[in-house]
Structures are given as structure tokens and as C-alpha cells.
Design a protein around this ligand. Structure first.
Ligand code: HEM
Ligand code: HEM
Length: 184
């Protein structure tokens, strides 16, 4: 039966869309977060709205991941690489939720509450947090934000190692375009 044929060599289209939407939004938000002091006043409302969007997309992605298994790893992949991949991927899932959540909590209970809006279209409610919790969230947002940046750097280097050095299909199977490199 045609519908029973499942391609196991690529990520599902939904996984690919979630991966790249969230990746681009996070890279933008890391840049705005780290550089906001040098940016125009309009940058921070974009950071917040984009961050809330990442939070919602990441929760939806987690639900998607629970119901869609990724394609299996190459059978000859060493155990340490399997463990490293699984650990870093679950950490990335956790961070894509915790970083925006701490940002939202920090602005919700902070001493000054600026209007919170989704790209000027509608208001975003504040979370019910105390000033003390907001202070802790502020710390958490900074630490987890930089930890996420470090994880993304390692994750990207690992993807490039697979593509350029090991010359396997790890990167290609999550890209909407590009073909696998030809083995040497
Ligand atoms: C993808 C999601 C997000 C990422 C990757 C991210 C990342 C960052 C980073 C790296 C910083 C700089 C930390 C520092 O050097 O002090 C920052 C600052 C900040 N973020 Fe986020 N953030 C995200 C979501 C949010 C959300 C959802 C909000 C609020 C609704 C928010 C509010 C803020 C604020 C107000 C600052 C400035 C803090 C300060 O200067 O003390 N962020 N963010
Ligand atoms: C903020 C940026 C990024 C985040 C949060 C992120 C997150 C993730 C997560 C959670 C997975 C695991 C998917 C799963 O199996 O459930 C994944 C897979 C993957 N990502 Fe990223 N990613 C980011 C950026 C990138 C970039 C820039 C590249 C490449 C240059 C990349 C390449 C890959 C590859 C190749 C896989 C598949 C790994 C495998 O099949 O085992 N990612 N990413």
C-alpha cells in the first residue's frame, strides 16, 4: 500500500520547518539580546515578541517530536556520538523553552512593567510572578541565554563536521534543499 511506505532517510517536512523557523528566530534573538545596548529602542519589543513566538513554536515542536520519530542514526555511528547527539538535542529542546520563559517571567515581575505586545498587533499578558521570582528569572535568562549560544555553536560545528569531514547525510536530511556529499 502506497501510504505505508515511510521514508526513513530524511526528517519529516514538519520537523524541518520547525527546526529552521526556530533556528533563525533564535539566532536573531541572541544577536538582539547580546547587542541591545547598541541598538535602537525598537529592538527590545521585537526581541520580546520574537521570543514569545519561539516559546510557542518550541512547545508545538516538542508535541510534534513526541509523535514523530527522527530518522535513525547511521548504524555504524559510535556510542559516544549517539549519546552526545541525544543529550545535546534534548538540551536544545529544553533551552528553546526555558530561555524565552525566563525572559517572559523577568519582564512580568520586574520593577518597571513596559507594555508587552506581539509586534504591535495585540497585547501579551504578564505571567503571575513575584518581584523576587522575576529577579531569579533575570539571572536565569542571562545564564541560559549564553549557555544556549554555546550549545548552538557546538551543534553547528558538529553538523559541519558531519557534512564536510565525515561526508555523511546528517546535515542534508534536515535541509529542505542540497544533496548528500559524494563519499570519497
Ligand atoms: C528565543 C528566545 C530568547 C533568546 C535566545 C534570548 C536571549 C537573550 C540574551 C542572550 C540576552 C542578553 C543577556 C545579557 O547579556 O544580559 C537577552 C536579554 C534580554 N531579554 Fe531575551 N531572549 C529570548 C526571549 C526573551 C523574551 C521572550 C523576553 C521577554 C518577553 C526577553 C527579554 C529580554 C530582556 C528584557 C533582556 C535585557 C536584559 C538586561 O539588559 O538586563 N527575552 N535575551
Ligand atoms: C538556534 C539554532 C538551532 C537550534 C535550537 C537547533 C535545534 C536542533 C534540535 C533540537 C535538533 C534535534 C531534532 C530531533 O532529532 O528531534 C536538531 C537537529 C539538527 N540540527 Fe539543529 N538547531 C539549530 C541550528 C542548527 C544549525 C545552524 C545547523 C547547521 C548548520 C543545524 C543542524 C542540525 C542537524 C544536521 C540536525 C540533525 C541531527 C541528526 O540527524 O541527528 N542546526 N537541531
Amino acid at each position: 500500500m502506497r501510504s505505508a511506505i515511510i521514508r526513513t532517510d530524511r526528517y519529516a517536512r514538519g520537523s524541518i520547518v520547525f527546526h529552521w523557523l526556530i533556528a533563525v528566530a533564535i539566532l536573531l534573538n541572541l544577536a538582539i539580546g547580546i547587542g541591545h545596548d547598541a541598538m535602537p529602542r525598537g529592538a527590545m519589543p521585537v526581541h520580546k515578541a520574537l521570543g514569545i513566538t519561539v516559546l510557542i513554536l518550541s512547545l508545538a515542536r516538542l508535541a510534534w517530536r513526541m509523535t514523530h520519530r527522527p530518522p535513525p542514526l547511521a548504524p555504524d555511528m559510535p556510542m559516544w556520538e549517539r549519546t552526545a547527539a541525544a543529550t545535546s538535542h534534548w538540551l536544545l529542546y529544553a533551552f528553546t523553552i526555558l530561555v524565552p520563559l525566563t525572559g517572559w517571567a523577568m519582564v512580568s515581575g520586574g520593577p518597571v512593567r513596559r507594555p508587552l505586545e506581539w509586534f504591535g498587533l495585540f497585547p501579551i499578558p504578564y505571567l503571575p510572578v513575584s518581584e523576587a521570582a522575576a529577579g531569579a528569572a533575570h539571572e536565569g535568562h542571562e545564564i541560559l541565554g549564553y549557555a544556549l549560544l554555546a550549545l548552538v555553536v557546538v551543534h553547528t560545528l558538529a553538523a559541519l563536521r558531519h557534512h564536510l569531514i565525515l561526508r555523511d547525510s546528517t546535515l542534508v536530511r534536515i535541509l529542505p534543499i542540497l544533496r548528500a556529499p559524494t563519499p570519497r
